[in-house]
Ligand binder design. Structure first.
Ligand SMILES: Cc1cc2nc3c(=O)[nH]c(=O)nc-3n(C[C@H](O)[C@H](O)[C@H](O)COP(=O)(O)OP(=O)(O)OC[C@H]3O[C@@H](n4cnc5c(N)ncnc54)[C@H](O)[C@@H]3O)c2cc1C
Length: 470
């Protein structure tokens, strides 16, 4: 009996649930991947994410080949390509891992029409939407309660696939980035090591940092987080694998304070929390979760053209915000603290439409994940579940002073402020002409004046939210 394992975003062999389960029951397996034309036509994609995906896919194929197996690639419509291979190879069963975005769930409904037995598995999350529910059986909308159960429940462990062989089948080429329509933007620096090996290395390197994660994670200038997000996105490492690895680290050092590890594991719970939110409330991809705020009129990027451009270019005149936006542009990644600060700024200082921000982030983030992104944006915009209250507005200066006290992060990403001393780095507009000359920066020319009056905008935005509530 031949099985097809349709791989999508779990780009690894180890602990790939669909593959593991298929290998328990079949000697012959066709690992199958379709470069989904429909997705490429529709999604907001960008260079960092597509390159990360492509290199991870390529590495998986090479790794399987080096073991005498293969990953069979086809380009086009996934259902058509599946129909074809099922017919060509008289396959008996199709296995795949479930995905939870609105696009994937719609696409996956179509496999029911295929002429063979189909089985799908939980793989990309620790717990699925019906596994953690309130005592009355409804989805959790408040993270803390969800998290408490997430920690209490027994978690699945990673598994290795059993021996299997792959029949000799012609495979198509993975299209080049150029053929897919992506070229490296001039400003981008490639800092990623995609694929399984890159993921394992990241995890290993993080081992030293995890102990202080609870204390360090918010400090943008410290490279203190795991940067595993694109690996978790593309499944080059599994969520079970990283969780249990951190448990092992804890067990190896029983006398050490494990609060850094626990705080990091809480992030995995956030990830699951947002997955179940999007799965339970798919409309949140396009609408505010809080109905009272659905009719707010945001400024579209066309309407707010100049502000929009200055915001995405990191030229708002608020150094911490600008540093975040420039880190994103350069690397395809932004520190979580900055994701919160810039998003709050886009909302409460610039009143930009969150859907435009979502499209921009989707293009720019190497780790763009619809559920976490919608969760994060709606949190900062005060329109989602368990969000920042609308009257609590991040102050872009004090956020910088607190999380980048000596301005190291700012200096790294906003080099024109390189020589501005610590006491002025967060508000360089306050320095006089002579100081500007001394520090080699002319405010208004080399670095802009603030794009808005923050105190005024804070007031206005609170009023707008209050009006929307009436
Ligand atoms: C506006 C906004 C947009 C975001 N968009 C994304 C996105 O597109 N993709 C994405 O993976 N994360 C997103 N996040 C969550 C978070 O910022 C990133 O997961 C994190 O910065 C990735 O860096 P890391 O791997 O070093 O994280 P670590 O701090 O090492 O955390 C470990 C892992 O936990 C998960 N995680 C951490 N924080 C969160 C969180 N707040 N919500 C959900 N999962 C989390 C990620 O998978 C991350 O890799 C967003 C947050 C905000 C505020």
């Amino acid at each position: 009996m031949t099985a097809i394992v349709w791989l999508r975003r779990s780009l690894r062999e180890y602990d790939n649930t669909a593959l593991v389960e298929a290998s328990k029951r079949h000697d012959e397996i066709i690992p199958f991947y379709v470069v989904d034309k429909n997705y490429f036509d529709k999604a907001e994609l960008g260079y960092p994410r597509v390159r990360f995906w492509r290199e991870s896919l390529k590495e998986l194929k090479q790794s399987l080949k080096s073991q005498g197996k293969d990953l069979v690639i086809r380009n086009g419509d996934p259902i058509e390509k599946l129909e074809k291979i099922i017919e060509e190879k008289s396959a008996d069963k199709l296995y795949f891992n479930r995905d939870y975005s609105p696009y994937s769930t719609e696409r996956d409904k179509e496999v029911r029409g295929l002429d063979l037995e189909v089985e799908s598995f939980k793989d990309i999350v620790m717990f699925e939407k019906e596994e953690i529910l309130t005592n009355s059986g409804t989805p959790y909308k408040v993270y803390t309660y969800y998290k408490n159960k997430w920690f209490d429940y027994e978690k699945p462990r990673p598994q290795k696939p059993e021996e299997y062989s792959v029949p000799d089948i012609e495979s198509e080429k993975i299209p080049s980035l150029k053929n897919l329509g992506f070229e490296k933007p001039n400003q981008t620096e490639w800092i990623w090591n995609p694929g399984r090996e890159g993921g394992k290395q990241r995890l290993e390197e993080f081992e030293e940092k995890i102990w202080n994660y609870d204390e360090d994670r918010d400090y943008a200038w410290k490279d203190s987080t795991s940067k595993l997000s694109p690996h978790l996105k593309f499944g080059t490492v599994s969520v079970r694998e990283v969780f249990w690895e951190t448990e092992r680290i804890k067990a190896r050092n029983p006398d050490s304070d494990g609060s850094g590890i626990e705080t990091w594991q809480e992030e995995l719970a956030w990830r699951d929390f947002y997955f179940q939110m999007l799965w339970n409330f798919p409309e949140s991809g396009e609408k505010a979760l809080q109905k009272q705020f659905r009719d707010i009129e945001w400024r579209s990027k066309e309407e707010a053209e100049e502000d929009w451009e200055r915001f995405i270019e990191g030229r708002t005149g608020f150094p911490f915000v600008d540093a975040g936006m420039r880190q994103l542009k350069k690397t395809g990644w932004m520190h979580n603290r900055l994701r919160m600060v810039v998003t709050s700024f886009a909302c409460k200082d610039l009143w930009l439409d969150w859907r435009d921000l979502h499209d921009y982030f989707s293009k720019m983030f190497v780790d763009a994940e619809l559920s976490s992104m919608i969760g994060g944006i709606q949190w900062a915009y005060s329109i989602g579940t368990d969000s920042q209250p609308y009257f609590r507005v991040f102050n872009p200066w004090t956020q910088g002073e607190k999380y980048d006290p000596e301005g190291e992060y700012i200096r790294k990403w906003v080099p024109e402020l390189q020589d501005v001393p610590d006491e002025h780095i967060h508000r360089p507009q306050k320095i006089n002409k002579l100081q500007q000359e001394n520090y080699g920066v002319e405010i208004g020319k080399d670095y802009p004046d603030p794009i808005v009056d923050h105190d005024e905008m804070r007031q206005k935005s609170t009023e707008k939210f209050e009006q929307a509530r009436d």
